[in-house]
Structure formats: C-alpha cells, structure tokens
Design a binder for this molecule. Sequence first.
Ligand SMILES: N[C@@H](CCC(=O)N[C@@H](CS)C(=O)NCC(=O)O)C(=O)O
Length: 217
Amino acid sequence: MTEVILTISSKNYSSWSLRGWLLCRMAGLDFVEEVVPVEDPANRAELLLLSPSILVPCLTHEGIRVWDTLAIAEYLNEIKPEAGLLPKARAARARCRSICGEMHSGFANLRSALPMNLKAHHPGFKIWSGAQADIDRITTIWRECFAEHRGPYLFGKLTMADAMYAPVATRFLTYDVKLDRDCAGYCDRILALPDMTAWREAALAEPDELEELDMEF
Ligand SMILES: N[C@@H](CCC(=O)N[C@@H](CS)C(=O)NCC(=O)O)C(=O)O
C-alpha cells in the first residue's frame, strides 16, 4: 500500500499546516508527516515537487495530491465520511462550509497583526481596530454556533470548522485577547484537545525562532 503523506512546515508558525494536520487526525487517517522547513531555498525547490502551489499543507493519498486546506477537508470528508467532518443536517453543513470558507478567504488583518506563534506570549498586546473587527466577526460566528448547537464544539461534535478555527484559539492565547466566557471556554476546550497539546509540544521543541518568520506564513 502506498504511504499516505501530509506535507507540512513549522509547527510553531504554520497555521495552515496545523489545520491540515488536525483535519487528518480528526478523520482518523493513518498518515506520516513530512516536515519541510519552507525558509530554506533548497527546501522550497523540494516543496515545489511535493506541493504544486509551494504551499503547505499538501496531502498525498493513493497517488492523489491534494493541496489547499479546504480541498483537503472536503477530500477527507469523501474518503472518511464516518468521521463526521461535516455536520449531518443540511442547514448545519451549509453553515459549516460557509464559516470554513470565511476563515479560508478572510480575516487578513487578524492574520497579519496576530500571526500564529505558539512559543510567544504577549500579555496586554495592543490590538488595532482592523484586527479587532476580525476578532469581533469570529466571536460572533462562534456565539451563533453555540446558540444553535449548544457546544461543546461549534457544531456540537468536532467538525472541520473546529480545525479551521483552532489556530485562532492559539492566537487569542498568544496575544492575550479578551473574550467572553463562552468564547474563552471554547478556546480552552480546543487548546486542551490531545491533538492540540501534541502539536504544541512538537512546536515548542522546534529549533529557535527565526525573527523574519514573526509574520504571517
Ligand atoms: N490557502 C492555502 C494557504 C496555505 C498557506 O498559506 N500555507 C503557508 C504556511 S501557513 C505556506 O505554505 N507558506 C509557504 C511560504 O511562505 O513559503 C491553504 O488553504 O492551504
């Protein structure tokens, strides 16, 4: 049987790698990780061979390459329908896909002003208004989900939406973002998932941070 490979990069900085990896874990996929540090030019050439977009994550399954996180989520849902990556009800599925899409294509201010960095902690971090607007939109999305599905996750059970928003929970912790009780509780539950603690441990064990990577990537 051919090996199932998930190509990712830094566990400390790469929020899209985290999303892809969590999706594979949630799907119950048996896969191996291929970690390619993207800052090294030699590795960029290697990455081009592995991922046509030169972006990670990229999933290789039965000789099929799937790059782009949303495509990976939908592909996993196809091959592992029993994992419930999408909610059962059509209306909830539509909302789930919509909020995943919103994360995938939006929140540029949050991403550039509060880049994922699991090793960092910035108590009292000053959040500018553009990033605050993104935070307000995200917490509104979350509160609407809690009102409809009553937790503990966005659609009751874990779905692809929780994987898409998991890096946001890490950013809220890193940058000391003030949250209401429901949103703070949700972040705590996401950060306490065994897969999240395993990812964090591996991120903390990575070689020292590179200053130029303290930005969205
Ligand atoms: N829309 C893409 C975004 C992927 C992305 O931006 N990946 C970043 C890592 S978080 C990357 O590979 N950057 C490579 C580089 O900057 O060289 C997806 O959904 O997978």
